[in-house]
Design a protein. Sequence first.
Length: 160
Amino acid sequence: MTHQLIKFMKKYLNILVLSFCCASSLAVAECKTDCVLKNRSQDQDCSLDSTPLTRCENYATYMKEDKKLNKEYKELIKALSKEDIANLRKTQRSWLDWRLETCEEADQHANCDNGVCAGVAHDECIVSLTTQRANELSKFRQNVTEAKSSSFNFSKKYDF
């Protein structure tokens, strides 16, 4: 298919979904364009390639929380020895892997592989766990001795 045909088909699909949304709402006046759920496609207005997200809806929140996490991480590093920094990095890499696995599992539990809700549970999990880890790093920064004794461990708690 040509690029123009693909673009046309995407616009037609959006119009079709919007029409369905409007027809199913109680009053046509209540129908808004945000009824059309965006998913990973070329016409999005956010850069998902630099995030673990799959959808745009949580992009702004994730970027805010990720910025907070990175700030806390950098501030904590300032108070650590080279050995402690190496331990923190190792733990942080483990946390990143755990977060991805946990959020993929959350998405599977949502049972929404091909519907408009596909990826929602995954992205909500990513944002939630990023916030949780930023808070943990903040606490570590406030009590470096305790942080070292805990080996900078992270909570492995997430409710599906």
